[in-house]
Design a protein around this ligand. Structure first.
Ligand SMILES: [Zn+2]
Length: 508
């Protein structure tokens, strides 16, 4: 007959060297008991009864059922230990922790029987050399297997219910991936696909930066296929840009049905910026053929006073050579082509620079980022310390921090570290510049942009003043001839752009 743990010493001679075994399927909703708490219950039981713990076998994310796909490494390690005579009693918390199918039970029973190892679960000790105990454990094993089957059925029902409640279902949104419980086949979560997610975000950023769908499509096609055998098409892009799923919201019967259970790839601000762009009437989706000059209305006279000073306009003089000229007096004039090239080069260089990155990170952001960095360091230190302790043995040969404790420490610290890391890298860049600032390949992106888009960027990042040539007829741009003041530099005025646009529209 099975016996209570506290009576074990009366009927059997010790020492009762114990193995602890904990197992849990992945359980992000924390519905089940964690492996850590199972093991700590087991530890208490051992302590109460004076059973020295020889080893612990936390078996996280390894299912016992026959639906499991992954190897049950710890289980195998434990069997090997039993067979080597390392322990006298095996402690787990529930029958289902040992065996969810009969095959596993039989292996365990044979190993225990052959090596005189007692089995303890549900607060009862079984001696498998006795027929009655074999029968009782076999019944439990049968029941556990039945429960596993039942759980699988329940999980399938849950999936159907979730689908009704609006959890991820149906076609997977490109950019995401789904994780299923290896045990039950239940959908555990929808997460951001590590390669596709960033592409989606990049696309939104490019649109916000003013690039056309045509140029984005070219970039995407050069990167590869959307899915094997499927080229990127306009409708892919257009559908994507309007899909609130990327903003972490779900649609139900054509309407925004609130926050979804999956994370957003595109944050609220960026998503809103893109919606404004894609819903604008008369939006051009292909490159414009209209003649617009890069700097007219944006660059300003460096000699005339005014807030803002008069802008430059384009003049067609001397046999088709275009020039920029002060729009009020005729005090400054410069050849258009070389001026455009000069400014573009300087702006690209600026956008790629660390100075630009720094300029678009506000002091408030910087403070937050440095706090986050400090926190990240501190958490990382805690984790490192835990890892060192886990690698050290105390006088009795037991790790100073158990593998289980380390696992739960890691489980609690890693997400916090990730969060602090993300926070420390967060930048407060206006949507129009998000796809540009600090990128190493601004040049390539710039080549893809239309002149309108380039003008939008120029308005946001640079003040351009044209000064007088020291000597007339100089072909090269002399130092100081074109004064550029970038965003973040002293003297930069962002209101000019707004004021400039207003003046322009009044003039038109
Ligand atoms: Zn002037």
């Amino acid at each position: 007959m099975p016996i209570a743990p506290e009576h074990l010493a009366l009927l059997y001679t010790g020492p009762f060297d114990a193995y602890l075994y904990g197992r849990a399927s992945r359980d992000p909703k924390k519905k089940g008991r964690s492996v850590g708490s199972q093991l700590s219950e087991g530890r208490e039981l051992c302590e109460e009864n004076g059973w020295p713990i020889k080893a612990e076998f936390p078996d996280v994310d390894r299912s016992a059922s026959r639906y499991a796909k992954r190897a049950r490494e710890k289980f195998e390690e434990m069997i090997a230990g039993i067979e080597s005579g390392d322990c006298r009693i095996l402690v787990a918390w529930e029958a289902s922790r040992y065996y969810r199918d009969l095959e596993v039970y039989i292996r365990l029973r044979n190993a225990c029987m052959a090596n005189g190892v007692l089995l303890c679960y549900n607060g009862t000790v079984y001696d498998l050399s006795k027929r009655a105990d074999r029968k009782a454990t076999a019944q439990d094993a049968l029941q556990a297997e039945d429960e596993a089957e039942g759980m699988r059925d329940r999980n399938l029902r849950t999936v159907r219910q979730n689908a009704k409640a609006g959890a991820p279902h149906g076609r997977l949104l490109w950019g995401y991936a789904r994780r299923y419980d290896v045990d039950t086949g239940d959908l555990v979560e929808q997460y951001v696909h590590p390669e596709r997610g960033p592409i989606v975000r990049d696309i939104f950023e490019r649109v916000a930066a003013g690039q056309t769908e045509y140029s984005i499509l070219k970039v995407l096609r050069s990167k590869g296929e959307r899915l094997p055998g499927q080229r990127w098409e306009y409708h892919n892009l257009q559908g994507m840009l309007r899909n609130i799923g990327y903003n972490g919201r779900r649609i139900h019967q054509g309407r925004d049905a609130g926050k979804a259970t999956w994370p957003a790839i595109v944050d609220d601000e960026l998503f809103a910026a893109v919606q404004q762009i894609v819903s604008a009437p008369g939006r051009r989706t292909t490159d414009s053929t209209a003649v617009v000059h890069l700097l007219s209305g944006i660059a300003r006279c460096g000699l005339c006073p005014g807030t803002p000073p008069p802008h430059l306009k384009v003049l067609n003089n001397r046999g088709g050579i275009l020039s920029y000229q002060c729009s009020e007096k005729y005090d400054v004039v410069i050849a258009k082509a070389k001026t455009d090239a000069y400014v573009e080069e300087a702006v690209i260089e600026y956008l790629e620079s660390k100075a630009a990155l720094a300029a678009f990170t506000s002091t408030e952001d910087q403070k937050r980022a440095s706090t986050a960095r400090a926190r990240m360091k501190q958490l990382q230190g805690q984790l490192d310390e835990g890892r060192v302790l886990a690698g050290q043995l105390d006088a009795s040969g037991v790790p100073r921090l158990s593998v289980t404790s380390l696992a739960s420490l890691e489980a609690s610290l890693m997400p916090q570290i990730e969060k602090a890391k993300a926070e420390s890298e967060r930048l407060n860049v206006p949507p129009v510049l998000r796809g540009l600032v600090g990128r190493p390949n601004v040049d390539a992106i710039w080549q893809d942009m239309t002149i309108e888009q380039r003008r939008t960027v120029l308005r946001a990042v640079v003040n351009i003043r044209l000064m007088k040539a020291r000597v007339s007829g100089v072909r090269k741009i002399e130092p100081g001839r074109i004064r550029l003041t970038f965003y973040g530099e002293p003297g930069f005025v962002s209101d000019w752009h707004r004021a400039g646009r207003l003046r322009q529209s009044v003039a038109e």
